[in-house]
Design a protein around this ligand. Structure first.
Ligand code: 4AD
Length: 466
């Protein structure tokens, strides 16, 4: 009996550890708890000491107050602490809960003079980008990462709810799906031996797209998707290109028309955006109010209207009737450049717009031939969005064996893609799919200008720190 009571007593005395978000939403007070995190502010005031502690679980920090005697010279902005105390209902209107500390332990000190972020200062995205190993400690970047995590979950939920099977497509592959030659080759780090000239016996690369592997799977599961890293050796420092980015790709069998794809693209865009707005409201507000002011209105109007659809030929007409001078040519057959895409989005009311039926010769070998003449087009579609330009690229795939093998033969790839031709030999069906650049999606909903600010660790030419 004594032992039981001692155990009970000890159990009661041990403070339970709470995340800051849990502490902030507490409705019962008086409990003895422990909170761990990083100091966002320290304010000694007469006989008291006030701290704000954040552990990344929410944008809000937990206010801690203590007797000034608990102050310590190591207790600075950026230091890591473990605080034990009693949760109380706060008398202040800005927060509902605060922690009255009886113990503050500095777990890791932080010299505020050397720390690149300063207390109470709002640092711009460009400034914090210089510190890829520390920027997650700022409000803006930690909000971004919570939004990114929630958007990832939203996209997976969308596909799950709509009957798609998630496929892990390979990172290492021997195909160049897009045929653009922007491949990173994969080789072992050890020197080549005479017996093993090439590890995989064929040249192998980091994937530029999981599409061809999804096409394999759509031939058995009808609706499949993948969401993973893709790699492009694009020698670009642009605000919308990375060497490593995340792509959401879907593939659907038994498609009737390009609208089967645009419907999924638009539904997924809306569903993921609504989820983020509902589940990360505070984080999104921080962006829309302080980081990219004015963007909320643009996002709201995107969500209100159905995305319009124009053909590539109509897009060329619009560009040619514009008074704006473009750097790149706008004659039929030209690839649309970012400046063209942004103009088209503005022209359509600054909301996302689908552009369909691109010149056949602009699209990779897998795109379905519309067999129209004299303006020969492919059943391909891009989704262009405000501030970014191209967000999604997709197409119906050429399911007809004779047309596909003729095209592959023309470019000398018939042998390389013999397995792909097999898919057209054994139960081929009309199908199609698309890829959405996940970082561009985040740029679009948050209004972030530079893609390097929406990924935890940005990789681009001449930059692979950490
Ligand atoms: O238009 P892309 O090249 O399409 C494909 O790769 C298809 N195989 C996808 C499919 O049909 N399954 O790329 C799709 C999207 C683009 O619209 C863009 O948003 C994004 O991927 N993207 C990039 N994002 C960041 N950095 C880069 N270098 C990107 N290249 C493409």
């Amino acid at each position: 009996w004594i032992l039981l009571n001692v155990r009970h007593y000890c159990k009661k005395k041990t403070a339970s550890t709470l995340r800051v978000s849990e502490a902030l939403s507490a409705t019962e007070f008086g409990e003895h708890v422990k909170v761990r995190g990083w100091v966002r502010s320290v304010r000694p005031q007469k006989a008291n000491l006030f701290l704000h502690v954040n552990d990344g679980s929410s944008l809000q920090s937990l206010q801690v107050f203590a007797d000034a005697q608990l102050n310590d010279s190591l207790l600075t902005f950026g230091s890591a602490v473990e605080v034990t105390g009693v949760l109380k209902k706060s008398p202040h209107h800005k927060q509902s809960v605060e922690l009255e500390a009886d113990k503050i332990h500095v777990v890791g000190k932080c010299n505020p003079l050397d720390f690149p972020f300063k207390i109470k200062e709002r640092h711009g995205l460009e400034y914090i980008r210089q510190f890829p190993h520390l920027r997650c400690r700022t409000n803006a970047f930690s909000s971004l990462l919570r939004i990114r995590s929630e958007a990832t979950a939203a996209i997976h939920s969308y596909f799950k709810e709509n009957g798609f099977v998630h496929i892990h497509t390979p990172i290492i592959t021997s195909n160049d799906c897009e045929g653009a030659g922007e491949l990173f080759q994969v080789e072992p780090s050890w020197p080549k031996t005479e017996e093993q000239e090439n590890f995989f016996s064929v040249p192998a690369f980091l994937t530029v797209s999981g599409q061809l592997h999804l096409e394999v799977m759509s031939g058995a599961f009808s609706r499949v998707y993948t969401f993973g890293p893709t790699f492009r050796a694009e020698n670009s420092q642009s605000r919308r290109h990375l060497a490593e980015f995340y792509m959401v790709e879907a593939e659907l069998s038994f498609t009737q028309s390009i609208e089967d794809l645009t419907q999924v693209m638009e539904d997924m865009f809306r569903s993921a955006t609504e989820h983020v707005l509902a589940h990360c409201a505070e984080d999104v507000d921080l962006f829309h109010k302080h980081v990219t002011p004015g963007h909320r209105g643009t996002l709201d109007s995107m969500m209100k209207k159905k995305f319009p659809m124009i053909t590539y030929s109509e897009a060329i007409d619009i560009l040619n009737h514009s008074t704006q001078k473009f750097v790149f040519p706008t004659n039929w057959g030209c690839d649309l450049q970012t400046e063209h895409e942004k103009y088209l989005v503005k022209h359509c009311g600054n909301i996302p717009v689908f552009v369909t039926d691109y010149p056949y010769d602009l699209k990779p070998f897998y795109a379905r031939d519309n067999q129209d003449r004299p303006r020969h087009t492919a059943a391909a579609v891009d989704l262009l969005v405000p501030g970014v330009g191209e967000l999604c690229g997709g197409s119906l795939r050429e399911e007809r064996l004779d047309l596909l093998s003729a095209r592959l033969e023309k470019v000398g790839l018939e042998d390389t893609y013999s397995w792909y031709l097999d898919l057209r030999r054994f139960g081929s069906v009309p199908h199609g799919g698309f890829g959405l650049g996940f970082e561009r999606f985040l740029q679009c909903i948050l209004g972030v200008d530079n893609i390097k600010d929406v990924i935890p660790f940005a990789r681009f030419s001449h930059s692979c720190v950490l």
